[in-house]
Ligand binder design. Structure first.
Ligand code: IMP
Ligand code: MG
Length: 182
């Protein structure tokens, strides 16, 4: 989908927050950092579906090291613009994570509930290491004490769409990220 100047969805207006160029430049920097941090390892990137699929595909293509991938799927938002406050595991991992170097890939950390839930899932397993990368973090809405090791952009506490992020399952295929103009 191309990059409109603004998007009107029902009574909501969304305006550009991050352009395709800004996003790609930052992902390349993150990939360089990870390639250097993991140069003697074979990390497993575990994407949290659905939102992280574009970010993860761009991130791993900028790496200069080998990697493996897997995904799991969580639900928390449904069709709403605010978190429902509970998380369900909709798809389990297929890969073996014991003794592996795991990098959890998120599109956005909002309250931190999803990351907290993932940390608890992994506390029953024995990875060699586990880090978290998120393209976006909303520091103003964090409610749980979670550590995000690699952050693309810190953004205001407002609802965003595009580049993987949805509103009621749509607009994931926008090339840039748009913010609710409120
Ligand atoms: P958390 O569990 O509250 O940190 O929320 C994390 C998940 O909620 C993310 O992985 C997204 O899927 C979704 N989410 C959080 N904020 C937004 C937003 O502004 N737009 C779209 N989805 C969001
Ligand atoms: Mg997500």
């Amino acid at each position: 989908m191309t990059s409109p100047e603004k998007l009107v969805i029902g009574s909501d207006e969304f305006i550009p927050l991050l352009t395709e160029e800004q996003i790609q430049k930052r992902i390349k920097e993150l990939a360089e950092q990870i390639s250097s941090d993991y140069k003697s390892c074979l990390p497993v990137f575990i994407g949290v579906l659905n939102g992280s699929f574009l970010f993860m595909s761009d991130l791993i293509r900028y790496l200069t090291i080998n990697c493996e991938i897997d995904f799991f799927k969580l639900s928390s938002y449904g069709d709403a613009k605010i978190s429902s406050g509970n998380v369900k595991l909709l798809k389990e991992l297929n890969c073996e994570v014991n003794h592996r170097d795991i990098i959890i890939v998120e599109d956005i950390v909002d309250t931190g509930l999803s990351i907290k839930y993932i940390e608890e899932l992994f506390s029953e397993k024995s990875p060699n290491s586990m880090k978290v990368i998120s393209l976006l973090v909303k520091p103003g809405s964090l409610k749980y004490d979670v550590k995000i090791d690699y952050i693309g952009f810190k953004i205001p506490d407002k609802f965003v769409i595009g580049y993987g992020l949805d509103f009621a399952q749509k607009y994931r295929n926008l090339r840039g990220i748009y913010v609710l103009n409120s």
